[in-house]
Design a protein around this ligand. Structure first.
Ligand code: MG
Length: 379
């Protein structure tokens, strides 16, 4: 009879040493946590971080936050949560096929949108305007703040106390002065973070297209003029246009095409640059994970097409704009009546000021909670 396997953290660490590429970040080389903790007997530091993200309140709230359509508009459209899960899946495939650390890439992908306020990018722009003279608002910075400060569940520290690698991986936009815990960050994020980033771009292009078709906003006739749509039709098995699965299968082919292109291009770049360590990847002059130039241009065209025909379409934009007006009204209301916010927010007002504490409170809201609060206090 076969003996039951006994794997644990030590086996996973040695497995990483045997299997992962030299340019991958091995969990045994993590720079650690802000508050030192004992290693877990079963999981590596990154596996543990992934679980911490999934068990966070901010992660659960993603279910009721807008991706493109205000949540509840249709049960089949993506929410921030299903978007995040699709990103994580693609990040895992890409990192596994590149010999990168799948646990790390997956964790960064799962956490990448934790900082999104309600009502998607419209909500983010509105908060940024409201805080224009007080440091602005960006969902990337907010994600770090959530995992470092705003999640409260451990007795000895605030936040989730994630590893340095996951936290740094959430900082996408960098200049020479960008730092974390006083350490200046290299020009490029680690490859696992670059993988999560391209997985995000790839995923939203494909699923927004899918939702746009299902919402009846995008017609197959106009899509025929979009280069990536045509290319996807020549990629793999094609269905006749009258087949019930025609559009969703074409989107599936597009995902496959983009993943294959990103893998191929990234492998070439890593090889040509002679990258052999994570540090070499981080200090390289340009990103090593990317699409080929032709596909990158075609992806940009698809993005512009989606903006014109979908994101700015009245069926999408009107709902979001109305929701954003409600959000701005809520912001003014809570500035005037701070006692109507939560207890934690009121405590934070003393530390970070009323405006920032209220903005963090509103940013944490789901679409439906924000609407509920609007109806309760203002409408
Ligand atoms: Mg995203």
């Amino acid at each position: 009879m076969q003996q039951a396997k006994r794997f644990n953290r030590d086996s996973f660490l040695s497995w990483e040493d045997r299997i992962l590429a030299d340019y991958a970040v091995h969990a045994s080389c993590s720079k650690g946590r802000r508050h030192p903790e004992q290693d877990h007997p079963l999981r590596t530091a990154f596996q543990r971080d992934r679980d911490r993200v999934i068990h966070s309140r901010a992660f659960r709230r993603l279910e009721y936050k807008t991706q493109v359509f205000v949540t509840g508009a249709n049960d089949h459209f993506r929410t921030r949560l299903t978007h995040t899960m699709e990103v994580a899946g693609i990040a895992r495939t890409l990192s596994r096929c590149l010999g990168l650390n799948e646990d790390l890439a997956e964790t960064i992908a799962l956490a990448h949108d934790l900082g999104h306020p309600p009502f998607g990018h419209c909500g983010e722009r509105a908060l940024n305007r409201l805080l224009a003279n007080d440091g602005g608002f960006s969902h990337n910075e907010q994600a770090i703040k959530i995992v470092d400060e705003l999640e409260i569940k451990y007795p000895d520290f605030r936040g989730l106390n994630l590893t340095f690698e996951v936290r740094a991986g959430l900082i996408k936009h960098r200049d020479k002065a960008t730092s974390l815990d006083g350490i200046t960050l290299p020009q490029q994020p680690i490859l696992e973070a670059q993988v999560a980033d391209i997985a995000d771009d790839l995923t939203y292009l494909c699923h927004d297209l899918d939702d746009g078709i299902n919402a009846g906003l995008l017609t197959l006739t106009e899509l025929n003029a979009v280069e990536l749509w045509q290319r996807a039709g020549q990629h793999g098995h094609a269905l006749p246009p009258d087949n019930a699965c025609f559009a969703s299968f074409r989107v599936r082919n597009l995902i496959d095409l983009l993943v294959a292109d990103a893998l191929n291009e990234s492998r070439n770049r890593i090889q040509q640059a002679g990258i052999e360590t994570p540090i070499a990847a981080e200090s390289y002059s340009s990103p090593l994970i990317g699409f080929s130039p032709e596909i990158a241009t075609a992806a940009m065209d698809l993005r512009k097409f989606l903006f014109r025909r979908m994101y700015e379409h009245p069926a999408v934009d009107d709902d979001n704009q109305r929701a954003v007006r409600w959000m701005c009204d809520l912001y003014s209301f809570f500035l005037r009546y701070p006692q109507e916010t939560g207890q934690l927010t009121q405590q934070r007002m003393e530390e970070v000021g009323v405006k920032r504490a209220v903005a963090d409170y509103i940013a944490s809201m789901t679409d439906r909670y924000a609407i509920e609060q609007y109806r309760k206090f203002i409408d």
